[in-house]
Write a protein that binds this ligand. Structure first.
Ligand SMILES: C[S@@+](CC[C@H](N)C(=O)[O-])C[C@H]1O[C@@H](n2cnc3c(N)ncnc32)[C@H](O)[C@@H]1O
Length: 243
């Protein structure tokens, strides 16, 4: 690929989990358009001994295995050698909670290298001396970092200019402007007796906008009041929230 806006390398012991997701839908199209170049790096290639081991028992005892520093360093160094410097992200339940602002920031980088952990995690020296940033996708523990990495890739790639056919859809989705998205409807107008709100057929663009903003606000207030803190003038008239 000549000059993608964003290059991504996913470092994993289980490429078979990641690859199928990259071949579908928006991620496939983004790569086909040449806007992003996503590669999956099979960590096992950098394993030690003839068994290509990438993990070992934890020093100090305890259950499970820990991913070794050697293969991870060698793998990331080889990626940087062939694709240039990159921002190294380790997916980890104890990382910073990934959100839309992280996705926006990462979508402006040129090259991301995502490390997927397994087992009890990775040798701490990798976190200290190789990783630039640690991200969690939520307060729960998954078996590995592959699905968290795909979450980050999906949320980031759709923000790369040119990836979404209609960029306007980014402007009015959840978290933009600190509000959740408004309700959406499509045909039929009446489904099993449930009607679409009349205002959406009024033809009055201003009224529709005002209704949507009001609904966004209501939903945010009920489901995510934390998002409203610190907001003021962007809320519907009479809906200002105390700081
Ligand atoms: C079983 S977990 C290790 C959990 C680790 N022992 C702990 O308690 O924090 C194995 C790997 O899955 C990934 N992982 C699990 N949950 C995650 C989450 N919520 N966000 C991001 N990555 C996660 C990380 O890469 C982690 O190293």
């Amino acid at each position: 690929m000549k000059h993608p806006r964003l290059a991504i390398d996913i470092v994993t012991l289980f490429p078979g989990i990641v690859r199928p997701a990259l071949r579908e839908s928006m991620l496939r199209v983004a790569q086909a358009k040449g806007l992003v170049d996503i590669k999956v790096c099979a960590l096992r290639r950098f394993g030690q001994t003839r068994h290509k081991s990438c993990d070992d028992k934890p020093f100090g005892g305890g259950p499970g295995m820990v991913m070794m520093a050697g293969p991870l360093f060698k793998c990331v160094e080889s990626i940087k050698k062939s694709r240039g410097e990159g921002h190294v992200v380790f997916l980890s339940p104890d990382g910073k909670r990934f959100d839309q602002s992280h996705a926006e920031r990462l979508s402006k980088k040129r090259h991301l290298i995502l490390i997927c952990g397994r087992y009890e995690g990775i040798d701490e020296r990798v976190r200290e001396h190789l990783v630039d940033e640690e991200l969690s996708i939520g307060d729960f523990v998954m078996t590995g970092g592959e699905i968290p990495a795909l979450c980050v890739v999906d949320a980031v790639v759709r923000l790369v200019p040119g990836v979404l056919g209609n960029r306007a859809s980014l402007e009015c989705e959840s978290f933009r402007g600190g509000l959740l998205d408004f309700p959406q409807y499509t045909r039929p107008r009446v489904f099993r007796g449930h009607k679409v709100p009349d205002v959406l057929f009024s033809g009055d663009h201003k009224k529709v906008l005002a209704w949507r903003k009001e609904k966004s606000f209501e939903k945010t207030r009920l489901r995510r009041p934390d998002l409203l803190k610190g907001q003021g003038s962007s809320l519907p008239a009479g809906r200002q929230v105390a700081k």
